[in-house]
Design a protein around this ligand. Structure first.
Ligand code: ZN
Ligand code: ZN
Length: 212
Protein backbone atom coordinates (compact mmCIF):
# COMPACT_ATOMS: atom_id res chain seq x y z
CA UNK A 1 0.00 0.00 0.00
CA UNK A 2 1.57 3.26 -1.15
CA UNK A 3 1.06 6.12 1.34
CA UNK A 4 2.36 9.69 1.21
CA UNK A 5 2.29 12.00 4.21
CA UNK A 6 1.47 15.42 2.76
CA UNK A 7 3.38 18.32 4.20
CA UNK A 8 1.01 21.06 5.30
CA UNK A 9 1.06 23.76 7.98
CA UNK A 10 1.98 23.07 11.59
CA UNK A 11 -1.60 23.70 12.70
CA UNK A 12 -2.92 21.00 10.43
CA UNK A 13 -3.54 17.40 11.29
CA UNK A 14 -1.64 14.99 9.07
CA UNK A 15 -3.06 14.32 5.62
CA UNK A 16 -2.22 10.99 4.02
CA UNK A 17 -2.59 10.36 0.31
CA UNK A 18 -3.17 6.88 -1.08
CA UNK A 19 -2.55 7.70 -4.73
CA UNK A 20 -3.51 4.29 -6.13
CA UNK A 21 -7.11 4.74 -5.00
CA UNK A 22 -7.33 8.55 -5.00
CA UNK A 23 -8.05 8.47 -1.29
CA UNK A 24 -7.13 11.03 1.33
CA UNK A 25 -7.12 10.22 5.02
CA UNK A 26 -8.19 13.58 6.47
CA UNK A 27 -8.47 16.88 4.62
CA UNK A 28 -6.08 19.04 6.63
CA UNK A 29 -6.84 22.48 7.93
CA UNK A 30 -6.42 24.23 4.57
CA UNK A 31 -7.82 22.93 1.30
CA UNK A 32 -5.41 24.99 -0.81
CA UNK A 33 -2.42 23.56 1.08
CA UNK A 34 -3.69 20.03 0.72
CA UNK A 35 -4.45 20.50 -2.99
CA UNK A 36 -0.96 21.89 -3.60
CA UNK A 37 0.59 18.95 -1.76
CA UNK A 38 -1.54 16.36 -3.62
CA UNK A 39 -0.59 17.89 -6.97
CA UNK A 40 3.04 16.92 -6.38
CA UNK A 41 1.98 13.27 -6.61
CA UNK A 42 -1.11 13.14 -8.85
CA UNK A 43 -3.76 15.11 -10.69
CA UNK A 44 -6.05 16.50 -7.99
CA UNK A 45 -9.03 15.91 -10.27
CA UNK A 46 -8.43 12.18 -9.79
CA UNK A 47 -9.05 12.31 -6.05
CA UNK A 48 -12.11 10.19 -5.27
CA UNK A 49 -12.65 10.17 -1.53
CA UNK A 50 -11.58 11.81 1.70
CA UNK A 51 -12.08 9.75 4.84
CA UNK A 52 -12.11 11.82 8.01
CA UNK A 53 -10.65 10.17 11.09
CA UNK A 54 -12.84 12.59 13.04
CA UNK A 55 -14.58 15.94 12.65
CA UNK A 56 -12.06 18.31 14.24
CA UNK A 57 -11.21 21.37 12.19
CA UNK A 58 -7.46 20.67 11.97
CA UNK A 59 -8.49 17.55 10.01
CA UNK A 60 -11.61 18.86 8.25
CA UNK A 61 -11.05 22.58 7.59
CA UNK A 62 -9.86 21.90 4.05
CA UNK A 63 -13.04 20.09 3.04
CA UNK A 64 -14.90 22.96 1.35
CA UNK A 65 -12.07 23.77 -1.06
CA UNK A 66 -11.36 20.09 -1.70
CA UNK A 67 -14.98 19.29 -2.54
CA UNK A 68 -15.27 22.35 -4.80
CA UNK A 69 -12.00 21.73 -6.64
CA UNK A 70 -11.95 17.94 -6.83
CA UNK A 71 -15.59 16.87 -6.54
CA UNK A 72 -14.52 14.10 -4.19
CA UNK A 73 -16.78 12.28 -1.76
CA UNK A 74 -16.58 12.72 2.01
CA UNK A 75 -16.75 9.88 4.54
CA UNK A 76 -17.23 10.34 8.30
CA UNK A 77 -18.45 8.16 11.15
CA UNK A 78 -22.08 8.70 12.05
CA UNK A 79 -21.30 9.77 15.63
CA UNK A 80 -19.22 12.76 14.47
CA UNK A 81 -21.78 14.10 11.98
CA UNK A 82 -23.12 16.59 14.52
CA UNK A 83 -19.66 17.91 15.34
CA UNK A 84 -18.53 18.52 11.76
CA UNK A 85 -20.74 21.52 11.00
CA UNK A 86 -20.66 22.94 14.53
CA UNK A 87 -18.19 25.76 15.22
CA UNK A 88 -17.61 24.64 18.82
CA UNK A 89 -17.90 20.89 18.32
CA UNK A 90 -15.46 20.91 15.43
CA UNK A 91 -13.20 23.29 17.39
CA UNK A 92 -13.21 25.59 14.32
CA UNK A 93 -13.77 28.48 16.74
CA UNK A 94 -10.42 27.67 18.42
CA UNK A 95 -8.83 28.45 15.07
CA UNK A 96 -10.87 31.63 14.56
CA UNK A 97 -12.73 29.93 11.72
CA UNK A 98 -16.17 28.56 10.86
CA UNK A 99 -16.96 24.87 10.60
CA UNK A 100 -16.98 23.48 7.04
CA UNK A 101 -20.47 23.16 5.57
CA UNK A 102 -20.24 20.13 3.30
CA UNK A 103 -22.37 17.08 2.68
CA UNK A 104 -21.13 13.78 4.04
CA UNK A 105 -21.60 11.25 1.25
CA UNK A 106 -20.60 8.09 3.10
CA UNK A 107 -21.64 7.63 6.72
CA UNK A 108 -19.22 5.20 8.32
CA UNK A 109 -19.89 2.47 10.86
CA UNK A 110 -17.55 0.11 12.66
CA UNK A 111 -16.54 -2.77 10.43
CA UNK A 112 -17.06 -0.98 7.12
CA UNK A 113 -14.54 -1.87 4.42
CA UNK A 114 -13.15 0.84 2.15
CA UNK A 115 -11.73 -0.41 -1.17
CA UNK A 116 -8.27 0.91 -2.02
CA UNK A 117 -7.79 -0.86 -5.35
CA UNK A 118 -6.44 -4.24 -6.35
CA UNK A 119 -9.03 -6.01 -4.21
CA UNK A 120 -7.46 -4.44 -1.14
CA UNK A 121 -9.32 -2.52 1.53
CA UNK A 122 -9.10 -0.55 4.74
CA UNK A 123 -11.14 -1.63 7.74
CA UNK A 124 -13.02 1.04 9.67
CA UNK A 125 -12.52 0.67 13.41
CA UNK A 126 -14.73 2.93 15.52
CA UNK A 127 -12.49 4.40 18.22
CA UNK A 128 -14.50 6.91 20.30
CA UNK A 129 -12.88 8.84 23.13
CA UNK A 130 -11.17 11.84 21.52
CA UNK A 131 -14.48 12.46 19.73
CA UNK A 132 -17.61 10.27 19.72
CA UNK A 133 -17.19 9.28 16.08
CA UNK A 134 -13.44 8.93 15.75
CA UNK A 135 -12.26 6.08 13.57
CA UNK A 136 -8.99 4.35 12.84
CA UNK A 137 -8.35 2.75 9.45
CA UNK A 138 -6.56 -0.58 9.40
CA UNK A 139 -4.84 -2.31 6.50
CA UNK A 140 -4.59 -5.83 7.80
CA UNK A 141 -2.28 -7.17 5.10
CA UNK A 142 0.54 -4.72 5.86
CA UNK A 143 -0.35 -4.11 9.51
CA UNK A 144 -0.81 -0.39 8.82
CA UNK A 145 -2.94 1.72 11.11
CA UNK A 146 -4.15 5.28 10.48
CA UNK A 147 -4.84 6.27 14.06
CA UNK A 148 -6.18 9.83 13.77
CA UNK A 149 -6.08 11.58 17.13
CA UNK A 150 -6.85 8.38 19.05
CA UNK A 151 -3.20 7.55 19.60
CA UNK A 152 0.12 9.00 18.52
CA UNK A 153 3.70 7.81 18.32
CA UNK A 154 5.76 7.28 21.46
CA UNK A 155 2.70 6.44 23.55
CA UNK A 156 0.74 9.65 23.13
CA UNK A 157 -3.05 9.60 23.21
CA UNK A 158 -5.76 12.03 22.12
CA UNK A 159 -7.06 14.67 24.49
CA UNK A 160 -10.47 13.99 26.01
CA UNK A 161 -11.33 17.45 27.33
CA UNK A 162 -13.05 18.70 24.17
CA UNK A 163 -16.77 18.37 23.38
CA UNK A 164 -17.70 14.68 23.26
CA UNK A 165 -14.39 13.55 24.77
CA UNK A 166 -14.54 10.48 27.03
CA UNK A 167 -11.50 9.00 28.79
CA UNK A 168 -13.19 5.63 29.44
CA UNK A 169 -14.19 5.31 25.80
CA UNK A 170 -10.66 6.24 24.73
CA UNK A 171 -9.22 3.53 26.96
CA UNK A 172 -11.56 0.91 25.47
CA UNK A 173 -10.63 2.09 21.98
CA UNK A 174 -6.90 1.81 22.64
CA UNK A 175 -7.40 -1.60 24.26
CA UNK A 176 -8.98 -2.68 21.01
CA UNK A 177 -6.10 -1.27 18.93
CA UNK A 178 -3.60 -3.02 21.18
CA UNK A 179 -5.10 -6.30 20.02
CA UNK A 180 -4.15 -5.64 16.40
CA UNK A 181 -0.91 -6.50 14.68
CA UNK A 182 0.37 -3.00 13.84
CA UNK A 183 3.65 -2.70 11.95
CA UNK A 184 3.29 0.86 10.66
CA UNK A 185 1.58 3.69 12.52
CA UNK A 186 0.21 6.69 10.61
CA UNK A 187 -0.93 9.07 13.37
CA UNK A 188 -3.03 12.21 12.99
CA UNK A 189 -0.12 14.34 14.23
CA UNK A 190 3.61 13.67 14.24
CA UNK A 191 5.66 11.36 12.09
CA UNK A 192 4.64 7.92 10.87
CA UNK A 193 6.59 5.14 12.50
CA UNK A 194 7.52 1.54 11.82
CA UNK A 195 9.87 1.07 14.78
CA UNK A 196 8.59 -0.87 17.80
CA UNK A 197 5.01 0.13 17.07
CA UNK A 198 3.48 -2.46 19.38
CA UNK A 199 5.61 -1.05 22.23
CA UNK A 200 4.39 2.44 21.40
CA UNK A 201 0.78 1.23 21.54
CA UNK A 202 1.45 -0.53 24.86
CA UNK A 203 2.73 2.79 26.24
CA UNK A 204 -0.38 4.55 24.93
CA UNK A 205 -2.50 1.93 26.65
CA UNK A 206 -0.74 2.53 29.98
CA UNK A 207 -1.18 6.28 29.53
CA UNK A 208 -4.89 5.89 28.74
CA UNK A 209 -5.32 3.68 31.84
CA UNK A 210 -3.75 6.43 33.95
CA UNK A 211 -6.36 8.92 32.69
CA UNK A 212 -9.47 7.11 34.00
ZN1 ZN B 1 -5.84 16.80 15.41
ZN1 ZN C 1 -8.81 16.00 17.07
Amino acid sequence: MLVHLLRTSVYSGNVYLLPDSGMLVDAGISGSETIAAVSRFMDVEDLELVVLTHAHFDHSGGLVDLVERCDLRVALHRDDLGLLSDDLGSVASMFGASAPLVDVDIVLSDGDLLPIGGGDRLEVIHTPGHTPGGVCLYHRKSGSLFSGDTLFGAGGVGRVDLLGGDAHALLRSIERLAGLNVEVLYPGHGEPSSQDVSLQIERALRFARSMV
